[in-house]
Design a binder for this molecule. Structure first.
Ligand code: GDP
Length: 444
């Protein structure tokens, strides 16, 4: 087992207690650990090195957000760098062209090409309602064409009839002709693989690509082959105009490093990830998920992300000065509730923080859940502006109106008012104790 990056950085940053900007010395120490973590996640050495250099530049001088530690901040920067490098969004296939669109899959033998051809065909034929024709150009491996035909029957997608002895280029030509005549939207070409990259294979790929002019040429790579995959990718990239990569066996790879290497070496987006042997086990590639996997710490990253997104410093400052004066009206309460929701609700927040599992269970038991946040927001929404500033205006008659307006009972309105009162008096106490700063320091 390898130590996750969070564990590694934990050790380094235990010694760092500073707030403010990250210094160059801090960052360099951290980056040594990041590099080791990347290598252990199976990222190719030159790729890891280049990545670390780039990230170091970005991280030096970065401000540490108020609510997190320097270690968490570095992890966030590394994570964002990974996501950016992996491609910040999922990539669609470029097949909205005058039909038939041609999708060609290339890669080594055993990489999962044939299976992936069928998976992709199923996806296009199913969700996207495309009329798909598959053709196997693999005349080297005995029964390769039959294998695709069998898969075709399973997923109810047409395969090009097999003509014994026909060569790849001619099969491709025939597939295109059939597709045009019979009105197919997409032709999928499953090409031959070899155990190792060789020139005869590359020449064959190029010849097929020349006559079929594919809209997509997708390199299929087994994510478990790690460093070898880099050599394969480099060879293919040099010789055929790839448009994207599909990583197979991501179900068996807990580390995810191959993705980073592939992206760096080919310069092309990773479009799909194979997640199992079944024919529906193909997913759009999610850079964020894989970045989290490489770091071994999805949760801290999303916590930091949400903190950064939702805590708008100005708002917080404004609120702090109001609270410091002991002011806390319904608008303030509403803002607090919105902030909680934005951070993923009570449960999400508790689940992300280490050691908060117990608190989460307690909340669930006492019936405090996210629906309550929404309901409380609705109640405040049904108050007039005056009532929000001066909740004591709410007499019995007004309470009934607010309850009706927000679809709750008067009891619910009372609960909210009580909660507001409690918070308000807590704020006043806090003011005596030294204000919000004291509280924030306590929260870390
Ligand atoms: P090809 O030689 O490149 O055409 O490879 P195949 O499509 O025949 O796949 C080789 C083996 O890998 C088969 O047993 C597939 O079921 C398996 N395979 C393909 N993709 C995946 C995947 O994403 N996950 C897993 N676990 N197995 C896969």
């Amino acid at each position: 087992m390898f130590e996750s990056l969070s564990d590694r950085l934990g050790g380094v940053f235990d010694r760092l207690r500073g707030r403010g900007a990250l210094t160059e010395a801090d960052v360099r120490t951290a980056m040594r650990e990041v590099r080791i973590a990347l290598l252990e996640a199976d990222v190719a050495l030159p790729v890891a090195r280049e990545f670390v250099d780039r990230i170091t530049e970005q991280a030096v001088g970065a401000q540490v957000l108020r609510s997190i530690t320097p270690g968490q901040q570095v992890v966030k920067i590394v994570h964002d760098g990974l996501v950016e490098m992996l491609g910040s969004d999922t990539s669609e296939l470029d097949i909205d062209v005058t039909p038939p669109a041609v999708v060609m899959l290339v890669g080594l033998q055993g990489s999962g090409k044939t299976t992936t051809t069928a998976k992709l065909a199923k996806l296009l034929a199913g969700k996207q309602r495309k009329k798909v024709l598959m053709a196997s150009l693999d005349v080297n491996r005995p029964a390769a064409q039959e294998q695709l035909a069998v898969l075709g029957t399973q997923i109810d997608v047409a395969t090009l009839p097999i003509v014994q002895g026909q060569q790849p280029v001619d099969i491709a030509r025939r597939a295109l002709q059939s597709a045009k005549l019979q009105g197919y939207d997409v032709v999928m070409l499953d090409t031959a693989g070899r155990l190792h990259v060789d020139q005869a294979l590359m020449d064959e790929m190029k010849a097929v690509a020349d006559i079929a002019t594919p809209n997509e040429i997708l390199l299929v790579v087994d994510s478990l082959t790690g460093q070898d995959a880099v050599i394969v990718a480099r060879n293919f990239t040099d010789q055929v105009p790839l448009t994207g990569v599909i990583l197979t066996r991501m179900d068996g790879d807990a580390r995810g490093g191959a993705a980073l290497s592939m992206r760096a070496v080919t310069g092309k987006p990773i479009k799909f990830a194979g997640m199992g042997e079944k024919l529906d086990a193909l997913e759009p590639f999610h850079p964020k998920r894989v970045a989290g996997r490489i770091l071994g710490m999805g949760d801290v990253v999303s916590l930091v992300e949400r903190a950064a997104e939702s805590i708008q410093v100005e708002d917080a400052e404004k609120m702090a000065s109001r609270l410091a004066k002991g002011q806390f009206d319904m608008n303030d309460l509403r803002q607090q509730l919105a902030q909680m929701s934005k951070m993923g609700g009570l449960g999400a927040l508790a689940g992300m923080m280490p050691g908060m599992k117990k608190a989460q269970a307690a909340m669930a038991q006492s019936g405090v859940d996210d629906r309550i946040l929404i309901r409380m927001d609705a109640i405040i929404g049904s108050m007039t502006l005056k009532e929000r500033l001066k909740p004591e205006l709410l007499n019995a008659k007004r309470k009934i109106r607010v309850a009706k307006g927000s679809g709750v009972t008067v009891q619910d309105v009372n609960k909210l008012l009580k909660m507001h009162q409690e918070m308000q008096s807590a704020m006043k106490k806090l003011k005596k104790m030294g204000g919000l700063k004291g509280m924030m320091a306590m929260l870390g």
